[in-house]
Design a protein around this ligand. Sequence first.
Ligand code: PBG
Length: 311
Amino acid sequence: MREVIRIGTRQSALALWQAEYVAERLRTLYPMCRVELVHHTTIGDRILEKPLAEIGGKGLFTEELEASMRSGDVDIAVHSLKDMPTELPDGLILGAITAREVPCDVLVSPKYKTLDQLPQGAKVGTSSLRRQAQLLHQRPDLTICMLRGNVQTRLRKLDEEGFDAIVLAQAGLKRLGLEDKITQVFTVDELIPAVGQGALAIECRSDDEEMLRLLEPLNDETTMWCTRGERSFLRQLDGGCQVPMGVHGTVRKGQLTLKGIMCSLDGKTCYEGEMSGPQKSAEILGRNLAKALYEEGGKSIIEDLVQKGVL
Ligand SMILES: NCc1[nH]cc(CCC(=O)O)c1CC(=O)O
């Protein structure tokens, strides 16, 4: 067996926590092996003054790491699954998907207790079109303002830039020990999460059979089926991490239920639906749910996004 496993990671506190989490699990499984982190920056980390949707492309947080895997500088890369494009470049695959942490989005507000209690026209920070659209659907009066940067940066901007509230993923705050900042946890029905939110993806070269075998124990089967369905939904709609769509899967007794939403940017029009079936049909289920929402009216939303240059 190899003596060293090199893990490529971004350098935000959250990325480092996630890479270290995987490193620790590998060290426990394979004590003879040295597990090292190799730091990278990505386009998504470097350009902070624009919304992701405006920078464009679907692998803003993954491409540099993928180049390092190709060249053999690192063996695996750890990502938030949410940030992964639905199609991976040739030669790379997801070797494992770890058990999902809480999938929810949360409101962080120093002054108000819930979304309902925010004053008319309150300034809410998020750069996710999915969050923007679903928030506006419930509260059309809100002023949504761009908020980019890693979790700590966003919390700092909440104070410095006069937001009444910001919306983040619960998983990120939990991992960083910042749960005490949370004001309100949205249920997955109130604010449908992003594809793969809360799960970690471990990417590796598809021809690295030994590494794939080593990663197997880190894979969580239930999370894998749920996120396979979620990713299939997004793939069918050709979305990256920057589209006003959400989808969340749950598994009970081998049955996968997917709940999805497609919204117009202003949140006025939302198409929402649910579909269930055997977990092993995750891909088909995701595709069928996407097609159903598309037929119901999502088609005009996509056309509008293409026209606005978002897709
Ligand atoms: N796009 C940034 C990003 N990627 C993953 C997480 C949180 C962790 C997760 O969802 O797994 C975050 C921060 C956020 O959305 O608040």
